[in-house]
Every structure is written in structure tokens, then in C-alpha cells.
Ligand binder design. Structure first.
Ligand code: GLU
Ligand code: MG
Length: 636
């Protein structure tokens, strides 16, 4: 989730007092790193995925499923190999926001050889098994996006109680113990977001109105110890949540790529940006939050509201007096600008930025597109700062830059090379919801990486105005968006990166099916484009077979022939005997759902509407030839 500085966290007033210091020095650090590395080139494609998981404890007799607050303990064991042999660990494990979450990445990045695509799934499987080997007999590991009954009564193991009058979130629903305890970053972020905002965060998501859902749907929050502030913040016909955990306690699937050079990184950042809402809709997997069915299918807005540290002034609710800017979005949000020259005509949303910081970036030779991007990120204040990290050497350290960068949780992240490393310019693709099986997650990861190859090799251009990408983000959230929504999409995609002028006619509204599978003469479809690429490159039969299965999954999900995870979950709940058609997901239903999820993950339950008969037909190992040539493996 970001920078894990060691040390003692400062209070919010102390952090606030140092905000300008962090911003100023963060910019200097970026400038010095940029100038040192702007000409760096020749980096090979390297890439990796991040999968986030939840540990759940089942009580099969009572039919309850609870979040097992064990990740600190598990991580200690999971990281043992890495501690001993930092370069030889098969997987790398990191904490995440929840005390029940772990995040795993491959021990080494994948390289540019096509055969690596055939190893992703087995790597994910091995990762999962590493955790599973450490679980108690009644615990399971799930790659689910939202825990259905997070915040409902007793939902943790050990059982804990919310403390609305104290603690970092002051939530009516979320006990303090839910936040990862072994690193202060997570509770500090929670407290500082609340204190900066001046009140608790307020997440309001539209409830799914079912036959017996009370109308208007209004909950009595006083019985949970509300002092009136939550009731006032809760909207009718919405599910109200009041803590960072509701958002950052969700799991996702992320992909990071190293580009050949700075220009390529900027290009990839831009080209993948319009694909974010589309992939969000396709991977939608979280229709239940706080024990209620929602009218939305994905997590993004929940997290955005859960991290919204803006004050009333910044949200435009009261005139600016103390604060400097009205800021349209939360710091968890979709990106606001393109950063490559090709993107310039499509930057149609005014970027809020600090003119002094922009000026400083510009005067040091950074062009306006990149300077604008960075100055825009830096309208945010640090929301977690460690006393040991305040004084830094801007010529070598990057912590102040990373501090702000890593708490701008956007759909894409543009990543300068980290200080003191041999890593190149990178971009991170962050919208996808995590799927139940390693097969699906590998399919999505491989598809996105292949798309980057297609975009670069064929010089494709998917840019549309940023305002349209924002509009697509809204549409992506809707229930069954894959089937029912249309998305702004550029079908005139062969324009090769030279600035295009006639923006109006270049894009139109397409369904997800048309985007992935094609629409007559207008657009060939992303899947056929990837297939075309795969046919053109040299690829072994085994990898081709696996990719065929992955592309089938994407194709059929997009066409509606297979369901999204979100719609599978909805159907499961709707068909459950204990569900009373009132939008509430009872504990027994959630239990059966999570047991079913686990069976799907383990391949013990066939779900033809979710997966068809698709699955890997190979054991997904690196071809023996590569394994016999360690230099080849090492190089990537
Ligand atoms: N769990 C967060 C999400 O679902 C992302 C945290 C991170 O940046 O790693 O988007
Ligand atoms: Mg993470």
C-alpha cells in the first residue's frame, strides 16, 4: 500500500506543521532524481503483479465466517526467507491495511520473454500455498475484494468491539484491532485522515433496492452509540460506513511495469489510463459492503470516500479561509491528467496545483505536463510522517516525495526509479478487483501486460478526454455495468501518437463486449488485437494454449456469456434460503458464500456461469531450457 518508513509517527498537528516542508523537499527530491535519471534507457520490460488476500476463520458448526486478525503473525513467518535471502525468496510478502490481510508479489519480477506469461498462475498458486501452509485447520485464505460482513456486529476473530469514543477511526462499526497493528502507518493514516478532515470519513453507497428493502432505507445509528454526527452524515437509501477500513480493507490486483525509458513510461501511463474503468467494470467483484447488497459492483468509490481527508473548504462546501484549494476528488481517485505529449489535447479537466511548486519544477527544466502532474499530486499534505524522517538529504533521499506519491492512490501511478536502486521508470495499473482463482487473476494480469505490448508494438492510441475517463469510472461502478453500460472509447486507435486534433469524432460509446470483442468495421476489439500480436510473435505451444484459455475468459466475461464475480456473488445471495429479499446479507448466507468462494478457489466447485469449463491445462512452469540457463532467468 505504500511507503513503510520506520520510526515514531507524529501527531496530526505536528504533521500539519511540517506539511509545507515535506511538500517543498519532496519536489526537490523529485527534481534531483528526475535530472539524474531522465536519460536512463535500455531497461528491459520487467513486470510483476500484487495480489491482496484475506484470512478468514470459519466456524462450521455455528456457520459463521470471521476475519482472522492474524496477518502480523503470518507475515513474520512469510517474510522469514526474504529476511535471510533477500534475493532468493520465491515470494515477497507485505502488510496491508487490514490486520487480516496480506499482500504477495513474485520474488523476482517477470521478464520480457513470452514464456513468463506461462508462469504467472503457478507463481500465484505457490504464493497462495505458502500462506495456506501456515493456516489453522479452520482458517482459509481468500482473494476476495470485500469481506461481506465487515463492520457487522462481531466479525473478527478474536472478537473485538468498536470504540466510537476513542481510537483512530472512532467508527461505530470497526474495532481498532481491525487495523494492521505491527506497523504504525495504518492507524496513523486513519487518525490523520479523520483529523485533517475535521470529522469522520463518510462513505455512502446506494443500497440495492430489493422486494422487501424498507423505503426510504434509513438506519438508526443511535443504537450503535452515535452522537448524532453519523446519522447526519448518512444519506437515505444508502449504506453508510464511517471508517477507512471499509475501503482500504478491500483487496485488489495490481500490476507494475518497468518501461524502457522515461518516454515509454509516460506513454504507457497515458495509454492505460482510459482502460482503467473498463478493466474495473470487467473485474467487478464487490457488490456487498457492511452486510448489505449495494446497487454498485465495485470497490473504487468506497475506498475513495474512505480516504477522503479533504476539509469542508477543500470540498467546496464552505468558502476557502484556512485551506488553499478546492479539490474535486479524494486522494484515492482516478488520475486527473495525461503526461505524454500525445495526451495534451485530452487534458480537458483543470488541474488544481500549487503554482509555486509548479514553478519550481518548471524552472528546473521539467516540462509542463509532468510538472503539472507532480504539482497536482502535491496539493495533498502528508498524512503520515515519522519523526526520524523529517530531515533528509534531497540529493539522495526520496522519502518526502514518496510520502505524498504513495498516499495519492490513483488508478495509475507513475513511478520514478526509487533512490539507490537499479530499477527504471515504472507505471502501476491499479484499478482491478481481485478474483477468486489464480486462473482468473493470472488471466487478467497477462491480458493487461499483453495489451501494453500491443500498444507499444502497434503504436496504438486509446486516449479520450480525461473528463470522459471520469465519466466511465462512474459508469463502471453500476451493477452489471459490463452488460448494461456503454463506455466512451476511442475506436480510431491507429493514430500513432502524434497529437490528434479532431478529438470529437475519434471516440464513441461502446459496450464492454464491443470494446473487448470488437464492433464490425469500427473497432476490432482488444482481445482480437492481443490475439493478433500473439500470432505474430514466437511463442511455445504450451504458453499459447494457456493464453488461449485466458483470452477466452476475458472474451466471455466481456460478452456476458460468463458472469463477473460481482454478479456471481449477487446471484448466490439472491438464491440463498436465508436471504429475505431485504438487501441484508445474513451471517449464514455470508458463511455459505465464503465457503463457496473457497471451493471455487480450490477448484473443488464447478461454477459454469463464472468460469465455464475454462482453466489451465498446463502446470505453468518455465520451459526447461530457460531453467537450465540461469543467466537468462537472472537477467529478467
Ligand atoms: N487495497 C487497495 C485497493 O483495493 C490498494 C492498496 C494498495 O495500494 O496496495 O485498491
Ligand atoms: Mg497493496
Amino acid at each position: 500500500m505504500g511507503l513503510l518508513s520506520e520510526g515514531s509517527p507524529l501527531s496530526w498537528p505536528e504533521t500539519k506543521a511540517l506539511a509545507a516542508h515535506v511538500q517543498r523537499h519532496g519536489i526537490e527530491q523529485f527534481i534531483s532524481q528526475f535530472n539524474r535519471l531522465k536519460e536512463r534507457r535500455g531497461d528491459s520490460l520487467k513486470w510483476g503483479d500484487e495480489v491482496e488476500y484475506m484470512v478468514v476463520r470459519l466456524d462450521r458448526r455455528a456457520r459463521t465466517a470471521r476475519l482472522a486478525l492474524r496477518s502480523a503473525e503470518l507475515l513474520d513467518q512469510l517474510q522469514a526467507t526474504e529476511r535471510r535471502h533477500p534475493d532468493a525468496a520465491p515470494s515477497l510478502w507485505r502488510p496491508e491495511y487490514g490486520a487480516y490481510m496480506v499482500e504477495g508479489t513474485p520474488g523476482q519480477p517477470y521478464g520480457s520473454l513470452i514464456s513468463f506469461f506461462n508462469t504467472v498462475e503457478s507463481n500465484m498458486r505457490a504464493r497462495r500455498q505458502e500462506v495456506e501452509a501456515l493456516l489453522q485447520p479452520d482458517e482459509i485464505l481468500l482473494s476476495i475484494t470485500s469481506f461481506p460482513r465487515l463492520g457487522c456486529g462481531t466479525f473478527t476473530e478474536p472478537p473485538c468491539r468498536p470504540t466510537p469514543g476513542s481510537g483512530s477511526s472512532r467508527s461505530l462499526f470497526i474495532p481498532e484491532e481491525v487495523i494492521f497493528p505491527a506497523h504504525p502507518r495504518f492507524a496513523t493514516l486513519t487518525r490523520n485522515i479523520r483529523e485533517r478532515r475535521g470529522k469522520k470519513v463518510a462513505i455512502n453507497m446506494p443500497v440495492l433496492v430489493d422486494e422487501r428493502t424498507p423505503r426510504p432505507f434509513v438506519e438508526d445509528l443511535a443504537r450503535l452509540g452515535d452522537d448524532g454526527s453519523s446519522q447526519a452524515a448518512a444519506l437515505p437509501d444508502h449504506v453508510y460506513m464511517d471508517a477507512m477500513a471499509f475501503g482500504m480493507g478491500c483487496c485488489c490486483l495490481q500490476i507494475t511495469f518497468q518501461a524502457e525509458n522515461l518516454l515509454e513510461a509516460r506513454r504507457l501511463y497515458d495509454q492505460l489510463n482510459p482502460l482503467c474503468p473498463i478493466l474495473l467494470a470487467l473485474t467487478a467483484a464487490s457488490p456487498i459492503h457492511r452486510g448489505m447488497l449495494l446497487a454498485t459492483d465495485c470497490r473504487w468509490d468506497v475506498i475513495a470516500m474512505s480516504c477522503d481527508c479533504r476539509t469542508d473548504e477543500e470540498r467546496g462546501l464552505t468558502p476557502l479561509r484556512q485551506d488553499r484549494f478546492v479539490i474535486p476528488k479524494s486522494r484515492y481517485g482516478s488520475t486527473d491528467s495525461y503526461i505524454s505529449e500525445c495526451g495534451r489535447p485530452y487534458n480537458d479537466v483543470e488541474l488544481v496545483m500549487d503554482p509555486a511548486l509548479f514553478g519550481r519544477l518548471a524552472e528546473s527544466g521539467i516540462d509542463d505536463l509532468l510538472a503539472g502532474h507532480v504539482a497536482h499530486l502535491f496539493i495533498r499534505e502528508p498524512i503520515s510522517l515519522f519523526s526520524e524522517k523529517v530531515q533528509q538529504d534531497d540529493a539522495v533521499d526520496m522519502d518526502h516525495f514518496e510520502n505524498i506519491q504513495s498516499t495519492n492512490w490513483q488508478t495509475m501511478r507513475f513511478k520514478p526509479p526509487p533512490a539507490g536502486s537499479n530499477i527504471g521508470w515504472r507505471v502501476e495499473f491499479r484499478p482491478c478487483e481481485v478474483q477468486l482463482t489464480d486462473f482468473e487473476n493470472a488471466a487478467i494480469v497477462c491480458f493487461v501486460v499483453l495489451l501494453t505490448r500491443v500498444i507499444l508494438s502497434y503504436k496504438l492510441n486509446f486516449l479520450i478526454p480525461i473528463s470522459k475517463v471520469d465519466e466511465n469510472m462512474r459508469r463502471a461502478h453500476k451493477k452489471d455495468a459490463v452488460l448494461t453500460e456503454k463506455f466512451w472509447f476511442r475506436s480510431d486507435f491507429l493514430c500513432d501518437g502524434s497529437p490528434c486534433v479532431d478529438a470529437e469524432t475519434e471516440y464513441s460509446e461502446l459496450t464492454v463486449n464491443e470494446i473487448f470483442n470488437g464492433k464490425g468495421d469500427e473497432f476490432p476489439g482488444l482481445v482480437p488485437l492481443v490475439t493478433h500480436y500473439l500470432n505474430a510473435v514466437n511463442i511455445d505451444a504450451d504458453t499459447r494454449c494457456t493464453m488461449g484459455q485466458y483470452l477466452q475468459l476475458i472474451r466471455r466475461r466481456a460478452s456476458g456469456e460468463l458472469q463477473t464475480t460481482a454478479s456471481w456473488i449477487r446471484r448466490f445471495v439472491a438464491g440463498h434460503a436465508d436471504y429475505a429479499r431485504d438487501s441484508v446479507v445474513p451471517e449464514s448466507t455470508a458463511f455459505d458464500l465464503l465457503v463457496a468462494c473457497q471451493e471455487v478457489t480450490a477448484g473443488r466447485r464447478a461454477e459454469p456461469t463464472l468460469l465455464g469449463r475454462l482453466g489451465s491445462r498446463t502446470d505453468n512452469h518455465l520451459p526447461a531450457a530457460i531453467l537450465r540457463t540461469p543467466s537468462l532467468y537472472k537477467q529478467v
